[in-house]
Write a protein that binds this ligand. Sequence first.
Ligand SMILES: NC(=O)c1ccc[n+]([C@@H]2O[C@H](COP(=O)([O-])OP(=O)(O)OC[C@H]3O[C@@H](n4cnc5c(N)ncnc54)[C@H](O)[C@@H]3O)[C@@H](O)[C@H]2O)c1
Length: 368
Amino acid sequence: MQKTKIGIIGCGVISSIYLENGTKTFGMLEVAAVADLIPDMARQRAAEYGIPKACTVEELLADPEIEIVVNLTAPQAHTEVNLQILNAEKHVYAEKPFALSREDADRVLALAEQKGLRVGVAPDTFLGAGLQTSRKIIDDGWIGTPYAASGLILMGNAYDAMHPNFHHYLQLGWDPLLDMTPYYLTAFIHLLGPVSSVSGSAGQVKSEHTVTNPRSPRFGETVPIGAPMHVTAMLEFENGVTASLQAAKESFGYTPRLEIYGTEGILHVPDPNMFDGAPRIQQRNGETHTFPYSHDFAQNSRGIGIADMAHAIRSGRQHRASGGLARHVLDIQMGILDSSKEQRRIAVEARCEQPAALPLGLKYGMLD
Ligand SMILES: NC(=O)c1ccc[n+]([C@@H]2O[C@H](COP(=O)([O-])OP(=O)(O)OC[C@H]3O[C@@H](n4cnc5c(N)ncnc54)[C@H](O)[C@@H]3O)[C@@H](O)[C@H]2O)c1
């Protein structure tokens, strides 16, 4: 199969794993160029991963051989960069969050439709071994009929020490709802199907944070917290399942949990922010059972959504980490915020299909 040339815009923290996998794991991708607002960031990544071209965003978009452009910029820039990519007649694959408002996401989807181009959006962890095996366990009937679920992600200011641009984490887009729940909501939709309505409550304990990471450009400064730092939500799925979801960055450490409750068992799903982790079920008779992986991609395979989209473009099928799925996720998130403000239950208007499970027995690195 002819390789798909991709370009990457945004050469910050997460670009490393995309470049690692884009150059080594997915044989059908070829990273042709990288760009960043800060030219040194692009030059450094190009040198690290042997990418032939580090250039400006405009030069990257003018390259006629690049088919898919990957947007790894900060959330505040996602919509404008996505529109720029589509206006250059390229397919776009963007990091989450898809957008900071429903209207921005719709502008991107409308332009893509008008131009006959594809939109793919992270997260793609649901294509990994942990979540594909979890899907097979449910589809094979191991837990009977699912009736409820719960998701929980608590993390905290330890991330100040890890990310040089942690101050961004305190604004909308890096807040726990838009930054972390995409993993949980995408996993829920992959495992249980689409959501029909939501209610929620959002809040924050502190109004400012003093940056303690010496690598941060804002080291020592006290920056305002501009988005809710904890949310609690209740989701109702189209199939009648109900779920609770909690996300917070007010805490400390890192506590990820996702469980699906069925009439015959409880499924403990591995961390949906990761590709690995063995799913485990607790059965009616008290026994627990840990499952071996049914699928590959247990190592950090970020970028698998791009490879899936590249295959799908060649064969004409739907790609799985799609703009439609991300738009549904965004509608749920915005519904939670609306519900918190308006004190009422919100219908989720943007529909999507449950993404198809990956086939069994794929050759490693291949997705068709
Ligand atoms: N850091 C992580 O662990 C992680 C994990 C998963 C997903 N993500 C997502 O990936 C995205 C990027 O995160 P990050 O941690 O790499 O951020 P980062 O701040 O480290 O890097 C972002 C880069 O984008 C560049 N940039 C910003 N606006 C631009 C524009 N208009 N044109 C070109 N370049 C631009 C910046 O100069 C910077 O180098 C975010 O949406 C984030 O949610 C991050």
